[in-house]
Design a protein around this ligand. Structure first.
Ligand code: ADP
Ligand code: MG
Length: 313
């Protein structure tokens, strides 16, 4: 039984369709990397899973279901608040959006724990949270706990949000570029807490750093222009990519550890979707058939949407 089942998820912002009928499943205990250039819809997918795409914007799907919790897109707000934090931990790309600027960090943690019936007292909340902040490399964790969120630096706010997302050991963590504001020296420490190696954690991790995917993820989902164009085990996709876009992304990383994802050619304009392959204008392998959109076709666990895909073995 999959932990999360997403069928035909479409996200629109007014006339702009940012995500087109995306389908994927997350299996329990596996870690997934979500990659692709800026603007390809990664955050829109992540936010949809938390019920955070709200009118006038729209997230629609045949299914976005979390095992045992039901439909995440149509869940009453109260129930969704209970699921968030306890079943799904979320690290938003913008951490400040998730924090109340005026309340102290500690008060926010206490309210969060109280809402999930996970604390006995303010002192108990503090004793649960401060050690986690320390593990996340927050210097002066007690002081941060007693301070206001509005005074935090970006890197500090990011770690506070990661503490919220992991504190209750949720089955699923959705982390959207969770370490962008952090020094490389603490990135690994923080990723170890997000990915929780050795624990039964399912992770959907968006990152620009393919070496992070290689190190922390079992599976990779590659998005282009609002669609998944390739997915499969990291060990297969990174060694033998089948989509020219994936090949280009991998080629754009000159050295492991260097977060760089810029390709030649113009990134896709989502407002100008044609009928064919969105990558065709930038692709060296394009032919006439690319005027017809290729379907995502799976062979075992490896799926690719390309007429010229390399033969999958
Ligand atoms: N709240 C919003 N309102 C309007 N357009 C948005 C909003 N959020 C994202 N978009 C647009 O949707 C597309 C996908 O964005 P996003 O999901 O943030 O991609 P990514 O996370 O891969 O960079 C982009 O064109 C972006 O400008
Ligand atoms: Mg994003």
């Amino acid at each position: 039984m999959s932990l999360l089942n997403v069928r035909d998820l479409t996200v629109t912002y007014g006339r702009l369709t940012a995500v087109h009928e995306v389908s994927f499943t997350l299996e329990p205990g596996r870690r997934y990397g979500l990659v692709g250039e800026t603007g390809c819809g990664k955050s829109s997918v992540s936010r949809s899973l938390l019920g955070l795409v709200r009118p006038p914007n729209r997230a629609t799907a045949q299914a976005v279901t979390l095992d045992g919790c039901g439909d995440l897109l149509h869940m009453p707000a109260r129930r969704l608040r209970a699921v968030r934090g306890a079943d799904i931990g979320y690290v938003a790309q913008n951490p400040f959006g998730a924090l109340h600027p005026v309340l102290t960090v500690g008060e926010q943690f206490h309210r969060f724990l109280a809402a999930h019936a996970a604390t006995r007292s303010r002192a108990d909340s503090r004793s649960q949270v401060v050690p986690l902040l320390e593990k996340l490399g927050v210097p002066g964790a007690e002081r941060v706990y007693d301070g206001h969120a509005g005074t935090l630096s970006g890197g500090m706010a990011q770690r506070v949000v990661i503490a919220f997302a992991t504190l209750l050991s949720p089955r699923l963590v959705v982390a959207d570029e969770p370490t962008t504001a952090l020094d490389v020296t603490v990135q690994r420490q923080v990723l170890d807490i997000i990915a929780a190696p050795g624990h039964d954690r399912t992770l959907l991790l968006t990152t620009h750093d393919l070496s992070v995917v290689a190190q922390y993820c079992d599976e990779v989902l590659v998005m282009y222009a609002g669609r998944i164009v390739e997915s499969g085990p990291v060990a297969r996709v990174f060694v033998d990519p089948a989509h020219p876009y994936t090949t280009a992304l991998l080629g754009s990383v000159p050295r492991p550890g260097l977060p760089l994802m810029s390709l030649p050619g113009r990134p896709p304009n989502l407002a100008e979707h044609g009928d064919g392959c969105d990558f065709a204008p930038r692709c060296a392998h394009g032919t006439d058939i690319c005027a017809v959109r290729p379907a995502l076709q799976a062979d075992g666990g490896h799926a690719v949407a390309c007429h010229h895909r390399k033969a999958l073995v």
